[in-house]
Design a protein around this ligand. Structure first.
Ligand SMILES: *Cc1c(COP(=O)(O)O)cnc(C)c1O
Length: 373
């Protein structure tokens, strides 16, 4: 009798991860071929052409290097940190899982942000930890005082994404210093910089600042966003010391990063220029989009990422259906208190125009309903 099988309740009762709708699924649901996929923060310009060249050397019959030595060496040179402190993951999401497995025990306490990145809650809970959420301020800025108070509980891990997913702002230099000063020696700070490449000029490099501190930390970065390799799954963690990196390495599966991903990431990293040009295109479009949305009278917090978080003033599920019917996939936010927000990725100019005109129509529809009721 299958229902007699006892599941691990920490895992069986996890909330689902709110993944963006896949483009092929959207095509079959809408019957539209031309879909603007603006839900998953991918690079709308694809990836460096050097990646395809590198993949010519792929030999699918051979196991990939479980230590990812070539990629780690390349990152070690680029970042100026010892390779022994770097762990490569099957996406940085795998490194979120690995750090939890390496550090947490049943009934550990973890602090994460709300609104925040789903896996900062899901992975700790899968490991039996209790998750406390720190809200941002009413106008969706980082609340350093609330963080300081939460850290007084000496959690095992404090997760924060900066620039923030889903909201967009990044910690400024003085805010990051305040955060570091508040981290107890019992706590590991996981500083998730998935959107590092999109940040403003004055925003500090988390790895650099944390490197000058004495706290325990892990910085997470990824090839999925700015480098355009989301489908291949490769990201990495830089730990404050080799002992922590070793524990995270032990917590992952041995052949976690496939051969194609390793080849592609090395090639992408070498073509820094391609990455910078595509990021500049996205940042210019982000400014244009934010201005257009604000001119519609909607609230959108400042963003240093490749997306915007928008209060559309209705249930996000209704907004999602509306946009999908116009061939645009957005991410409906579902966290309590933020269910009237959507997150939209900055796409190519034409895709963004399509989003803006659908947003205009949604606003008109909601205004009409208000008059009628
Ligand atoms: C996208 C994202 C990740 C994970 O990306 P991978 O594709 O797994 O590398 C991690 N953290 C945040 C905040 C993200 O937005």
């Amino acid at each position: 009798m299958a229902d007699r099988l006892r599941l691990n309740p920490n895992v069986a009762e996890l909330p689902p991860y709110n993944a963006g709708m896949n483009i092929a699924v959207a095509r079959s649901k809408t019957g539209l071929n031309d879909i603007a996929a603006l839900a998953s923060n991918e690079n709308p310009y694809g990836c460096s052409p050097k990646v395809a060249v590198a993949l010519v050397n792929l030999d699918p019959s051979r196991y990939a290097d479980p230590a990812c030595l070539i990629l780690r060496d390349a990152l070690s040179k680029t970042l100026g940190v010892a390779g022994s402190r770097i762990v490569i993951g099957n996406g940085s999401e795998e490194m979120i899982a690995a750090v939890c497995r390496a550090v947490l025990r049943p009934f550990s306490t973890v602090v994460a942000m709300t609104p925040g990145f789903g896996l900062h809650e899901i992975e700790p809970r899968a490991n039996g930890a209790k998750v406390i959420k720190v809200p941002m301020t009413k106008d969706l800025r980082f609340d350093l005082e609330a963080m300081r108070i939460a850290l007084k509980k000496k959690p095992s891990i404090f997760f924060i994404s900066s620039p923030s997913n889903p909201v967009g702002p990044a910690l400024e230099q003085n805010q990051l210093s305040r955060l570091i000063a508040a981290v107890p020696k019992e706590t590991l700070l996981v500083f998730d910089e998935a959107y590092f490449e999109f940040r403003d000029e004055n925003t500090p490099d988390g790895l650099e600042i944390l490197g000058d501190s004495t706290i325990s930390y892990v910085v997470l970065r990824t090839f999925s966003k700015a480098y355009g390799l989301a489908g291949l799954r490769v990201g990495y963690a830089v730990a404050s010391d080799a002992r922590l990196a070793q524990a995270m390495s032990s917590a992952k599966t041995p052949f976690n990063v496939n051969a194609a991903a390793q080849l592609a990431a090395v090639a992408a990293l070498e073509d820094d220029n391609w990455m910078r040009v595509s990021v500049a295109g996205v940042v210019a479009e982000r400014k244009r989009m934010a201005e257009a949305i604000i001119s519609l009278g909607l609230f959108v917090p400042e963003s240093q990422t490749n997306f915007l978080f928008i209060d559309v003033g209705c249930d996000s599920a209704i907004a999602f259906d509306h946009f999908l019917s116009h061939g645009v996939i957005v991410k409906p936010w579902k966290e309590p208190d933020f269910a009237s927000f959507i997150r939209v990725t900055i796409g190519r100019p034409m895709e963004n125009d399509r989003f803006l005109s659908a947003l205009h129509l949604l606003k008109g529809k909601l205004a009409k309903e208000k008059v009628a009721s």
